[in-house]
Design a protein around this ligand. Structure first.
Ligand SMILES: Nc1ncnc2c1ncn2[C@@H]1O[C@H](COP(=O)(O)OP(=O)(O)OP(=O)(O)O)[C@@H](O)[C@H]1O
Length: 459
């Protein structure tokens, strides 16, 4: 139900407008001054605001200014009395959506509110699409691989794209599980609908159900307004449940119901919401073992594992290494506008021997750093943040001490962030990119480590 905030110091006007708009199916909140109105806009996220231009503590322009300062984006319909048109025009210039003259024509009022809510919906849909587009242009890679293993993976994907079959994607961290999910989405009939990724490892356990299924206002402390969950937003599209092994048992039961019956209730709600979503799930954990240990529901495991895509670690498909390196070097040379034609034979030989515990993500990071550091048109071993350990194997140079340049002119925040990223990278490498051990070594819990890795583009 769309929410409208009515702001007018005349209680009689507020009550009358409330009755009219409630009859039209809107949920109404009232405020009698600018201060209360701003507080409500900040906490209850109304879809539209009907604002009287003259309030006891501010006028329309001041309210619009304040909204801008507070970063609140909500369509405002101004209500103006005779003689206040100047302020109304000024407020329109400040970004008000519409204005109505008093005495109000009620049909006109209802139409204006409906129009404004429709516009608000379009604005948020565009924002979702833009975010998806930004994500895609920035981070989506072509799907590279010539090894027999990867050819099998491509074939399996080809067989399932056109259906709505649930796919379980398994593989170590950084092997490309998300790439598989995005490839299925972009080649499926749902490609023009949302691809919503949910990382089950980064969402705090107590917020998991609300994130997935939404909540009703007041269903728990902090639920200040009704909120749609990711499954609702993904209607007609795809939900990608990353790190599904981290899903708490009680949420697993609710997910099973979505898979079986395609419906659920919001947290604190009673109404069943029907959705049409395709589910793809990924994990780097052994779900079969988790089932044996009673940590993952067997029935859910079978529901998810209708088709299984197993991505082998890079050390088991070494023939893909040179292909991936050439691809990423070219990509980053373009990104950083550097004239780099390739990588030296010596550097490639070392790279092919290295075990790449962080898999493709690690190759990508190494190539990016190497391209940034490179001084010549061919990448040399020295440019790579890897060193030979004397046995023909490579180690990460990050194992060296992390030093601080005291002449660094960047802001303190940027320097601290850089050091934090390097410390995390170093620890990931020392722990073979095993996140549990890395988190332990750094004294973080798993979720905090995931959050940091996400922040520094290491996920
Ligand atoms: N075959 C591939 N070709 C090109 N790029 C790839 C390939 N596999 C992975 N990548 C890139 O490597 C990075 C890591 O891939 P992705 O996020 O899909 O891994 P993941 O298995 O989902 O990792 P995690 O378990 O940590 O979430 C991404 O930037 C992705 O674009």
């Amino acid at each position: 139900m769309s929410k409208v905030l009515i702001v007018d110091d005349e209680e009689g006007v507020c009550e009358m407008l409330k009755d009219v708009l409630e009859d039209e199916g809107f949920e109404i909140t009232l405020a009698y001054n600018a201060k209360d109105a701003l507080k409500i806009m900040e906490t209850e996220f109304p879809d539209t605001v009907l604002l009287d231009i003259r309030l006891p503590d501010a006028d329309g322009i001041e309210v619009m200014d304040k909204l801008k300062q507070m970063g609140i984006e909500v369509p405002v319909i101004l209500m103006t009395a005779f003689g206040t048109t100047e302020i109304a025009i000024q407020a329109m210039k400040q970004g008000a959506h519409d204005y109505l003259n008093k005495p109000l024509n009620l049909d006109e009022l209802v139409l204006a509110v409906q129009k404004s809510i429709k516009m608000q919906r379009l604005v948020s849909e565009v924002a979702i699409l833009r975010e998806e587009l930004d994500q895609e242009t920035d981070s989506v890679d072509s799907f590279i691989g010539q090894s027999r293993h990867m050819q099998d993976v491509f074939k399996t994907i080809g067989k399932v794209v056109d259906s709505d079959i649930t796919v379980l994607i398994q593989g170590e961290s950084g092997t490309g599980k998300e790439v598989v999910a995005r490839t299925i989405h972009s080649n499926s009939r749902r490609s023009s609908r949302p691809f919503i990724k949910i990382n089950c490892a980064t969402i705090p356990e107590q917020l998991m159900e609300s994130e997935l299924f939404g909540h009703e206002k007041g269903s728990f402390t902090g639920a200040v307004s009704q909120k749609a969950g990711k499954f609702e937003i993904a209607h007609n599209g795809i939900v990608f449940l990353d790190e599904i092994g981290e899903l708490p048992l009680h949420t697993q039961a609710k997910l099973l119901r979505v898979l079986q019956e395609k419906e659920f209730e919001r947290v604190g709600g009673t109404k069943s919401i029907e959705v049409d979503v395709r589910i793809l799930a990924a994990t780097n954990r052994n779900l079969e073992d988790m089932v044996q240990e009673g940590k993952f529901r067997e029935d859910l495991y079978y529901r998810l594992n209708v088709v299984n895509v197993k991505l082998p670690p890079l050390r088991e498909r070494k023939e893909d290494i040179s292909l991936l390196i050439n691809y990423f070097v070219k990509k980053f040379a373009r990104k950083y506008n550097k004239n780099i034609s390739g990588i030296s034979q010596e550097a490639m030989i070392f790279a092919e021997k290295y075990a790449w515990p962080g898999n493709v993500r690690e190759i990508k990071n190494v190539c990016e750093q190497a391209v940034v550091m490179a001084r010549n048109s061919v990448l040399m071993l020295d440019d790579m943040p890897l060193i030979g350990n004397g046995n023909g194997f490579l180690e990460f140079k990050n194992n060296a001490k992390i030093s601080l340049d005291t002449n660094d002119k960047r802001s303190l925040k940027d320097i601290v962030a850089e050091v934090e990223k390097q410390v995390i990278l170093k620890s990931l490498n020392e722990n073979n990119w095993n996140r549990q051990n890395t988190a332990k070594a750094l004294g973080l819990n798993r979720r905090s480590l995931y959050a940091k890795m996400k922040e520094y583009d290491l996920l």
